[in-house]
Write a protein that binds this ligand. Structure first.
Ligand SMILES: [Mg+2]
Length: 229
């Protein structure tokens, strides 16, 4: 197609296997802090954390609250004592070390870069975790820009996140840029509010829900290549 010059790529579950990193980092932290570590605890944490990120996308909580509250809520659920701030601190550091690409993600980025596209990762994650995984996976050698919400002072779906990201990239013609991601409430809603075309990366074949309407949907990296190159 070749319609775009700049591709903004979401990180977690678009290029990076966040689920795997999350489980590994959480497991490490629970053990370190003498807390029970089993399937039930891991899924309780995931449920708590996902609900908080969704609340943040709706503007109900900010990131500073979210990162501590997810561990406070877990400790309450476990009826255990502990310092949620310390748990989060250790978790964030460890998350940056647990770096796993989704299969084919590196090849996808290489092909897009070789096709002349400027690539940037546009992510709501936490700086230590995102920078750590960006470098450890080697994505930094293929994708020249990493834009993290906490460093831009706004998070997806806030249009200010995209305004600042595009400004950093020197993009003035928004029709030349596209946002690609798996998150309807963040990547797709935010991208379209900012006047960008969007591609919903939907490998699970999920039904469309909520107010977000993607310009395109891609079920796999092959379809993404076809759309973008
Ligand atoms: Mg994502």
């Amino acid at each position: 197609m070749g319609k775009y010059k700049v591709v903004l790529l979401d990180a977690d579950m678009t290029l990076l296997d966040f689920r795997r990193s999350e489980r590994a980092a959480l497991s490490w932290v629970l053990e370190r802090h003498g807390l029970p570590r089993n399937e039930e605890v891991l899924s309780a944490y995931s449920r708590i954390n996902d609900a908080l990120w969704k609340a943040m996308a709706r503007g109900e909580v900010d990131q500073g609250f979210l990162v501590v509250e997810r561990f406070s809520a877990l400790l309450r659920a476990l009826e255990a004592g502990g310092d949620p701030k310390a748990l989060n601190h250790d978790y964030e550091l460890r998350l940056g070390e647990e770096a796993y690409l989704l299969p084919g993600a590196m090849e996808l980025c290489r092909d897009l870069a070789a096709g002349g596209l400027t690539l940037a990762i546009a992510t709501n994650g936490l700086p230590a975790a995102q920078w750590g995984r960006y470098r450890r996976t080697g994505l930094d050698r293929v994708v020249p820009h990493l834009l993290v919400s906490a460093e831009l002072g706004a998070a997806k779906p806030d249009p200010a996140f995209f305004d600042r990201a595009l400004e950093r990239l020197g993009v003035t013609d928004r029709s030349a840029a596209v946002m690609v991601g798996d998150g309807l409430e963040t990547d797709i809603l935010g991208g379209s509010r900012a006047g960008l075309d969007t591609v919903w990366y939907n490998p699970g074949g999920l039904p469309l829900s909520g107010p977000a309407v993607p310009t395109y949907t891609a079920a796999d990296y092959g379809a993404l290549r076809d759309l973008l190159l």
